[in-house]
Design a protein around this ligand. Structure first.
Ligand SMILES: Nc1ncnc2c1ncn2[C@@H]1O[C@H](COP(=O)(O)OP(=O)(O)OP(=O)(O)O)[C@@H](O)[C@H]1O
Length: 600
C-alpha cells in the first residue's frame, strides 16, 4: 500500500486536469444509485397512496385531468433524468479514465527509458536486473487499470456510505451484520492475491525465457539459422515444457481461488438474506411501508454487492500495488558510474594521453580476472593496435577506457588525472567507439550515421563527409532512396545490407563523432580485403592529430599502427612496433607467421 501515494502523485502530475475531472465526475456518479433507489421508493409509496385515493382511472386522460397524477409523473420524470445522467456520467468517467491512463502509461514508459539510460552497463548485464526491468516494463502496460480501479474504489466507497446512511436510519445493526458477513471473502481474496504475486515473482526468469524462446522461434533475425538447423521443433518443445509448468501452477491457484471464493462469498449472501427476512417481517408487521421495503431490500442488495466489490477491489488494488514495487525498486537502482559533482571537462586537446596503472578488472560474478596488472601508456596522437587471442581482454580494455566499467584495481589516468575526475558525458563525447557487435539501427541510412553525433544528427553535409571517410558513400549511392533509405528488414520499406556494408555505415558513424579518441574494435571482419586495406589506410590518415586504438585479428592491418600491444590472458605481454615485435620472436611473431603461412 505504501506504493499507492507515489502512484497517485504520478497520476496527478501526468494531468491535474484530467485527474480532477475524473474524481469530480465519480463523486457525482457515486451518489446516483441511492438517489435513484430513493426516488423509486417514493414512486411506489405514491402509487400505493393513489390506489387508496380512488383516482378516476377508467381512462388515462380522465386520471390525468383529475390532477392527482402530477406528483407521480414528476417522480417518474426525475427517475428518468437520473437514469440518463447516470449513464452519461458513467461514459464520461470511462472516457476521462482511458485518456488519463494512456497519458500516464506513456509517461511511465518514458520515465522507465530515462532511468534505464542512466544505469551502468554492468546493471544491464545482470540477469536479476533484467528480470526486474521486465517486470517493471509490464507494469507500465498492466497498471493502467489500477488507476480506474483505484478511482472506482473511491466512487464505490462514497456510494456505500450514501446507502449506509440511509440504512442506518432504518436499522443500524443490519449494517453491522452485512459488514461482518463480508469479512471472510475479503480475507480470502487478499490471501490469494499475495500468493498470485509471489507466483508471478518466482516465475519471472521462466517468463523471460519463454519470451526469449518465442522470439528465437519466430523472428526475422533468427529465421535463417532456425530453418537451416531445423530448430523449430526444438524451440517449440522447449516452449511447451516451460509453458506447461507455468500453466499447471497457475491452474492450481485459480482452482483453489475459485473454490474458496465461492464458499466465502456464500457467507456474504447468507448475511444478506438474513437481513431480508428481517425487513420483510417488519413490513408485514406494519413498521415499514411497501416503498420502504423496496428501498431497504434494494439498498441491502446493492450495498451487499457494493461492499463485496469494495472489499474484493481493495484486495485487488493491494495486489496490483504489490506489482508497483517492481517499478519503484527499479527506479531506486542508482548507477555507480557517474560524474563527480565537481567533474572537469576533458582537456582539449589531450596533451599526454592515457596511462593504465596496474589496472585489474573482473566482470561481476566472474571468478576470473578479465584484466589484471595491466600497465601501458596510450600516447596522445598515436595509433595503437591491440592484438591477442580470443578472450585476451582487448574489448574489456576499451570498455574501461570509455568508462563503461570502472577498474576494480589500479587506475586509468588521462593527462595525469584519474579518468573518474572527468565529466562522464564529456568523456564519452570525446571517444568514438565502434564495437564488434555494433548496433544495426533500423533507421534511415543517414540517421544510422547521424546517431554518431545526435546533436548534429540532421547535418547532411557532415553525414556525407563521415560517409566518405568510412567508405559508406558508395553503399548509400547504391540505395534506392540514398541517405533517406530505411535500412534493415524490420520495417516494410527497409532494404537490408550485407555484413560489410553495415560495417562501413558503422565506421562512418564513428567518423561522424569527430572525437579526439577513435576506437575501432574489429570493425572490419566482414570487409573484403581491398575495403579493409583502404579503411585502415584512411583510418591512419584521418587519425592525424587524434589518438586511435585499433583492435584487429588481421596482421596486415595491425602492422600499420604506430605501436602494437600484445595482450594475453588479461595481461600486456609485449609492446612495440611491428618490426620490434617480429624481432623479439614472441607470441606476436608466432601469430603473424601463422597467418602469413596461410596465405603462401
Ligand atoms: N559481459 C561480460 N560478462 C562476463 N564476462 C565477460 C564479459 N565480456 C567478456 N567477458 C570475459 O572477459 C574475458 C575478456 O573478454 P574480451 O571480450 O575483452 O576479449 P577479447 O580479447 O576482446 O576477445 P575477442 O578477440 O574474442 O573479441 C573473456 O574471458 C570473456 O569471457
Amino acid at each position: 500500500m505504501r506504493n499507492l501515494p507515489p502512484f497517485l502523485r504520478e497520476i496527478w502530475a501526468s494531468s491535474p486536469w484530467l485527474t480532477s475531472a475524473s474524481l469530480a465526475l465519480r463523486l457525482v456518479r457515486a451518489l446516483m444509485p441511492v438517489a435513484t433507489l430513493y426516488v423509486g421508493k417514493l414512486i411506489i409509496d405514491e402509487a400505493v397512496r393513489l390506489v387508496g385515493a380512488h383516482v378516476p382511472h377508467d381512462t388515462l386522460s380522465a386520471a390525468w385531468h383529475s390532477g392527482e397524477l402530477s406528483h407521480l409523473v414528476q417522480l417518474l420524470l426525475l427517475e428518468f433524468a437520473l437514469a440518463i445522467a447516470s449513464d452519461l456520467f458513467g461514459r464520461m468517467v470511462a472516457y476521462v479514465d482511458s485518456v488519463l491512463s494512456e497519458k500516464f502509461s506513456n509517461e511511465t514508459s518514458i520515465r522507465l527509458m530515462e532511468h534505464a539510460a542512466t544505469l551502468d552497463l554492468e546493471d544491464f548485464e545482470d540477469p536479476d536486473l533484467q528480470d526486474q526491468l521486465d517486470r517493471a516494463r509490464r507494469q507500465t502496460m498492466g497498471r493502467m487499470n489500477l488507476l480506474s480501479q483505484l478511482f472506482g474504489q473511491a466512487q464505490t466507497a462514497i456510494t456505500v456510505v450514501s446507502f449506509a446512511v440511509g440504512l442506518i436510519a432504518y436499522a443500524p445493526w443490519l449494517m453491522l451484520l452485512l459488514a461482518i458477513a463480508m469479512i471472510p471473502a475479503f480475507v480470502g481474496e487478499s490471501h490469494f492475491n499475495a500468493i498470485n504475486y509471489s507466483l508471478n515473482f518466482q516465475w519471472t526468469p521462466e517468463r523471460r525465457q519463454l519470451d526469449y524462446v518465442r522470439q528465437m522461434g519466430a523472428s526475422v533475425e533468427t529465421a535463417k539459422e532456425v530453418k537451416i538447423f531445423n530448430l523449430n521443433r526444438f524451440f517449440i518443445e522447449r516452449f511447451r515444457t516451460l509453458a506447461q509448468q507455468m500453466f499447471l501452477a497457475n491452474k492450481a491457484l485459480a482452482a483453489r481461488r475459485a473454490f474458496w471464493g465461492t464458499l466465502l462469498s456464500a457467507l456474504g449472501t447468507l448475511g444478506y438474506y438474513a437481513a431480508y427476512v428481517y425487513i420483510a417481517w417488519r413490513t408485514v408487521k406494519g413498521d415499514f411501508s411497501i416503498g420502504d421495503l423496496t428501498f431497504l431490500a434494494g439498498s441491502f442488495r446493492q450495498l451487499g454487492n457494493l461492499l463485496e466489490s469494495l472489499l474484493i477491489g481493495f484486495s485487488q488494488v493491494a495486489g496490483q500495488a504489490l506489482f508497483l514495487e517492481d517499478l519503484y525498486s527499479f527506479y531506486d537502482i542508482k548507477p555507480e558510474i557517474a560524474s563527480k559533482p565537481d567533474a572537469s571537462p576533458i582537456p582539449k586537446p589531450i596533451s599526454c594521453g592515457f596511462v593504465f596503472e596496474n589496472v585489474g578488472f573482473r566482470y561481476p560474478d566472474a571468478e576470473k580476472w578479465a584484466l589484471r596488472g595491466v600497465e601501458f601508456e596510450l600516447h596522445a596522437g598515436e595509433v595503437l593496435a591491440l592484438v591477442g587471442e580470443n578472450g585476451a581482454g582487448k574489448t574489456t580494455l576499451v570498455k574501461l577506457l570509455a568508462r563503461l566499467y570502472d577498474p576494480d584495481e589500479g587506475r586509468i589516468l588521462l593527462d595525469g588525472r584519474d579518468l573518474k575526475d572527468y565529466d562522464l558525458d564529456d568523456l564519452r563525447a570525446n571517444i568514438g567507439v565502434i564495437f564488434q557487435d555494433f548496433v544495426r539501427y533500423h533507421l534511415s541510412a543517414g540517421e544510422n550515421i547521424g546517431v554518431g553525433d545526435v546533436d548534429d544528427m540532421f547535418n547532411q553535409e557532415r553525414i556525407a563527409e563521415a560517409a566518405r571517410k568510412g567508405m559508406a558513400d558508395e553503399v548509400i549511392a547504391s540505395l534506392p532512396n540514398g541517405y533517406d533509405q530505411l535500412i534493415g528488414r524490420r520495417f516494410k520499406t527497409g532494404v537490408d545490407l550485407s555484413g560489410g556494408q553495415w560495417q562501413k555505415i558503422a565506421i562512418a558513424r564513428a567518423y561522424m563523432r569527430d572525437a579526439q579518441v577513435m576506437i575501432l574494435d574489429e570493425p572490419t571482419a566482414a570487409l573484403d580485403a581491398r575495403s579493409e586495406f583502404e579503411v585502415f589506410q584512411r583510418f591512419k590518415d584521418l587519425s592525424e592529430g587524434r589518438t586511435a586504438v585499433l583492435i584487429s585479428h588481421r596482421f596486415s592491418s595491425v602492422r600499420m599502427a604506430d605501436r602494437i600491444l600484445v595482450l594475453a590472458n588479461g595481461k600486456v605481454e609485449a609492446s612495440g612496433t611491428h618490426e620490434q615485435l617480429m624481432a623479439q620472436g614472441g607470441r606476436y611473431a608466432e601469430l603473424f607467421e601463422l597467418q602469413a603461412a596461410g596465405y603462401r
